[in-house]
Design a binder for this molecule. Structure first.
Ligand SMILES: NC(=O)c1ccc[n+]([C@@H]2O[C@H](COP(=O)([O-])OP(=O)(O)OC[C@H]3O[C@@H](n4cnc5c(N)ncnc54)[C@H](OP(=O)(O)O)[C@@H]3O)[C@@H](O)[C@H]2O)c1
Length: 294
């Protein structure tokens, strides 16, 4: 952890407020790098508005020191941590226990330290579905997922477990096939095929990294030509909020949901477990995050 740790902890604690005392509950996010994470801003905001005596700090953790750091945080009395790139899979191995959701997602993003045990969960899939729910989007029918990486797996598992028919496509077909095999459900299709399947779909999810930084990655407008009028298009990329896919879908008059809400909703379970309060995914939270992404 090193010098960056000291600087970022000081910054986070300063923002958390002046009420840090012997009873303050601690949590944080382990990543490498971790400066870009919006989680400290979000959790410390929730501590403030809910009157929680808690603080959430960035924990820059080198991959080779992950296990030691995790055990150290548990021993130091932290309530738990979030885990981000590149530790989501290492966290699976380091935990003493995994929730069924983490096993199914093949990754851990939220950890609780309970009675000396390290318990790993994955809240990405629930966060994705809760965000759709917050936009009154029904989780039903046929969902087409673009991508077969870590986030795609969590989303696919959550949609399958909620009764959707799931079709997964990926630039590298073998990864989509591997995902279908690992989840024991869904169907893998070749990348070139997916636009022609849209007419039978109720939901299109971009779970690739295409669109990050506003770079389109492909001709979305042409790809959406066959979309049914009732299709809901959602992008889990949230930098920028209005990705090229979201803009192309809006231009076609399709319903869209951006990825920032997934980030907010996946964080709520951790906050609830560590600090004992269910935080509201309200507009002040979104405004704060959106301003930081500009
Ligand atoms: N909103 C949220 O809360 C949230 C949560 C988690 C992740 N995310 C975002 O989701 C995105 C994916 O994350 P991840 O962890 O799943 O990443 P990952 O494991 O690295 O997977 C990346 C995926 O993108 C595909 N891909 C990359 N470049 C592509 C291109 N030019 N054309 C077609 N496919 C391409 C990859 O296909 P190949 O297999 O062929 O390489 C793979 O399926 C990231 O932008 C991340 O920030 C958002």
């Amino acid at each position: 952890m090193g010098r960056a740790f000291g600087a970022s902890v000081a910054e986070s604690l300063g923002k958390a407020g002046s009420m840090i005392d012997g009873h303050t509950k601690l949590a944080g996010v382990m990543g490498w790098p971790v400066e870009h994470s919006r989680s400290p801003m979000m959790h410390n905001h929730w501590c403030r508005v809910n009157g929680v005596n808690g603080a959430y700090v960035p924990l820059p953790t080198r991959p080779e020191g992950f296990d030691q750091a995790l055990r150290g945080l548990a021993a130091a009395g932290f309530q738990g941590v979030n885990v981000t790139i590149p530790h989501k899979e290492a966290a699976m191995r380091a935990c003493d226990e995994l929730t069924p959701t983490a096993k199914r997602a093949g990754a851990v993003n939220t950890i609780c330290f309970v009675a000396g045990r390290i318990i790993g969960d994955c809240t990405d899939g629930t966060g994705f579905c809760d965000n759709l729910g917050a936009h009154d989007v029904a989780i039903a029918g046929r969902a087409l997922i673009l991508g077969a990486g870590g986030a795609a797996r969590a989303v696919a598992a959550a949609l399958l477990d909620r009764g959707c028919e799931v079709v997964i496509t990926n630039r590298t077909l073998e990864r989509a096939e591997g995902l279908v095999g690992a989840l024991g459900g869904g169907e893998a299709v070749a990348w070139y095929e997916w636009p022609s399947l849209l007419s039978g779909c109720s939901l299109l999810v971009n779970a690739t990294s295409m669109g990050m930084g506003g770079k389109p990655g492909m001709d979305w407008d042409s790809a959406l030509r066959e979309a049914a009028p009732g299709l809901c298009v959602t992008d889990i990329v949230y930098t920028p909020r209005e990705t090229p896919l979201v803009l192309a879908a809006q231009a076609r008059g399709l319903r869209t949901v951006d990825g920032l809400g997934m980030l907010v909703h996946q964080a709520r379970a951790g906050f609830r477990a560590w600090f004992g309060v269910d935080p509201e995914a309200d507009h002040t939270t979104f405004d704060l995050l959106a301003a930081s992404l500009r």
